[in-house]
Design a protein around this ligand. Structure first.
Ligand code: AMP
Ligand code: MG
Length: 205
């Protein structure tokens, strides 16, 4: 297939590709993500296929805000609301128990789901246009460096994915911090762009 590169602000084509079950690489504040409709198991399967990602590794869902996340989580504790209010859109992924709506392939059969609202105007616009959660791991072949530009995405996936939204070079350039709120106390599963001290400060307040 031909991979369309979208350099302007018209994201209708990308939204349509997502609705049709295609793959769209999206800019975020951290690194580029490889996005599919997070409610379409077949579309999500393509992410694993093209990345060569092991089926045991769950994907995160990008959402437009914490209200949008309510459908995908069995419950949203106060701690999650506080963290989302403080750091979304931004480089924080929150792990919560998932609801029945989330396909098993997204969570790799587990009981939890990782959710994040990314800070990039184009991907926020794509979330708004589709009204869907986007399953989106980093847009690299498994075990290769995460891409920080549309050109870097094309080096991996030109001719393989439907489109790339060019949103410039990502501002942070490394991964989100992942906090698991399914246990007390919370656990940091991945140290990323948001320092743990910031999380501690908000949860104490
Ligand atoms: P990536 O988006 O490829 O940079 O990576 C997302 C990271 O989030 C991976 O390391 C996943 O294993 C991790 N992850 C996604 N969902 C969950 C979850 N439900 N519980 C724990 N870790 C998760
Ligand atoms: Mg990755």
């Amino acid at each position: 297939m031909e991979t369309t590169v979208i350099t302007n602000d018209d994201l209708a084509y990308a939204a349509d590709a997502i609705r049709r079950g295609g793959l769209v690489a999206v800019p975020t504040d951290t690194v580029y993500g490889l996005a599919a409709n997070g409610l379409n198991a077949e579309a999500v399967a393509k992410i694993y296929e093209v990345k060569g990602r092991p089926a045991i590794k769950p994907l995160i869902l990008l959402v437009s805000d914490i209200e949008a996340a309510e459908v995908f989580c069995a419950e949203i504790p106060d701690a999650a609301r506080k963290l989302a209010a403080a750091f979304w859109p931004g480089p924080l992924t929150i792990v919560l128990p998932h609801s029945d709506v989330v396909p098993d392939i997204v969570t790799a059969g587990g009981k939890t789901v990782g959710i994040r609202c990314p800070n990039h105007p184009k991907t926020l616009e794509l979330l708004r246009l589709t009204g869907l959660p986007l399953a989106a791991p980093s847009a690299n072949i498994s075990d290769m460096p995460s891409p920080k530009s549309a050109d870097a995405v094309l080096e991996y996936f030109d001719g393989v994915i439907d489109c790339v939204i060019d949103g410039g070079v990502t501002s942070l350039g490394f991964e989100s911090t992942i906090v698991d709120l399914t246990s007390e106390p919370y656990k940091i599963l991945r140290q990323g762009a948001l320092p743990e001290e910031d999380i501690k400060r908000v949860l104490k307040a």
